[in-house]
Design a protein around this ligand. Sequence first.
Ligand SMILES: Nc1ncnc2c1ncn2[C@@H]1O[C@H](COP(=O)(O)OP(=O)(O)OP(=O)(O)O)[C@@H](O)[C@H]1O
Ligand SMILES: [Mg+2]
Length: 245
Amino acid sequence: MTYDNSLIKKVEELESLILRKECDYEFNDEDAYEFWYYINEKSGYFNEDNAKFACGASKFCLVPHKEDFVIKIPFSSLWIEGRYDGEDYIEGDYASLIDYCQLECDNYKKAKENFPGAEKFLAETRHLYSGDLEIYIQDKADGYYEFYDENGSIDEVIEFSNSDKLKSVINSGAGSRIPAHWFEDLLNYGLINDEMNAVNSFLDFLMKTKINDLCERNVGYINGKPVLFDYSGWYGPEGSDWVAF
Ligand SMILES: Nc1ncnc2c1ncn2[C@@H]1O[C@H](COP(=O)(O)OP(=O)(O)OP(=O)(O)O)[C@@H](O)[C@H]1O
Ligand SMILES: [Mg+2]
């Protein structure tokens, strides 16, 4: 990713817009669009002319049109739905989050050090700015979105693999469903570019690091190469359907 020092000024402005927002909003996925509308209106740089906005459950993400990076900021709270725990009802509440962007930095480092070659299939994440918010930068990928019809079970699609290893990657946790089309592209990339060792390293990394939440919203392509751009995994609240490793 390429950027110059003027980016720091832009993220400082971004930080102050998020922090100074005069409202009751929490910086979380529920209110993320409100933040984006506000930032879009007030920011000299992070507005619709220059960027688009995306988010998931744990990160705020700004995707500049003309740059080869994205800016990611971990949300500072998460709304956890109320639920029954046996007999008792536990009220919904905001929970403070671990820093899922820092987890991406850690996992990138882990991949590079312990699974050489695996990092080729991860959009690189770096810590960019430390203030009242921690702000991160990551290689920009072209996303691919897969829409399912009501019969479109991904479990059917993965049957093309007879390898236990590949199956265990695909089934490595609740919510983990590597999109079959992307996975096929990954294997083809390895075969065509003589990079199967790197592909294997990447699969080892996913399994041994237990990266979950592998789904179509978390994968993309950089110059045609399949990459994973959300590799923090997801630590769901205890008792939810999500695996907390
Ligand atoms: N490197 C990237 N390149 C392009 N778009 C990205 C990139 N990283 C994130 N995005 C966009 O931002 C969204 C949120 O980012 P990310 O998936 O990392 O966050 P998250 O909150 O952890 O998501 P999840 O709900 O899957 O846990 C993505 O679904 C995608 O649309
Ligand atoms: Mg995601």
